[in-house]
Design a binder for this molecule. Structure first.
Ligand code: HEM
Length: 123
């Protein structure tokens, strides 16, 4: 029997959906972060994040949204904002009962996008 994929360890479609929802509520509750999303269609964002998390965890999805540097360009995101957002995801993963190894794997794969997210933050 093959080892479970990261996607399976996250709980598959239902697990990823619960993680993203939990994460979205935590971001919405945070005064340092919520302002970034003032003009965002949250339903679209949640669907796109579910697709991205599914794809990045070797699930049966292909991320079809725009590239990370374009999505986040000129938002004025600082390192402190980035780290805070990652902390929200960490908390959501914990709250959803995702085991430590899977938590760390997902965070590592998303952290690899740091430079793309932060590339165009001036102007
Ligand atoms: C590794 C870190 C991050 C990843 C993987 C990520 C991923 C994503 C994805 C997949 C989308 C949806 C793109 C779309 O389909 O239109 C998105 C949108 C967005 N992200 Fe991030 N993000 C990250 C970090 C951040 C940070 C640090 C902030 C701000 C503090 C942020 C703010 C936003 C906002 C405001 C949108 C919505 C843009 C819009 O309204 O069109 N993101 N992000």
């Amino acid at each position: 029997k093959p080892p479970p994929t990261l996607y399976q360890q996250l709980g598959g479609e239902a697990g990823v959906s619960a993680i993203v929802e939990d994460f979205a509520y935590r971001v919405a509750d945070d005064p340092q972060l919520v302002g970034f999303f003032a003009n965002t269609n949250i339903d679209h964002l949640v669907a796109s994040l579910e697709q991205q998390f599914c794809a990045v965890s070797d699930g049966p999805c292909v991320y079809q949204g725009p590239p990370m540097d374009k999505v986040h360009q000129y938002m004025g995101i600082r390192e402190t904002d980035f780290n805070r957002l990652v902390g929200k995801l960490q908390a959501a993963l914990l709250a959803q009962g995702v085991p430590a190894a899977a938590r760390n794997q997902l965070l590592k794969r998303l952290a690899a996008m740091h430079d793309d997210v932060m590339r165009r933050q001036d102007g």
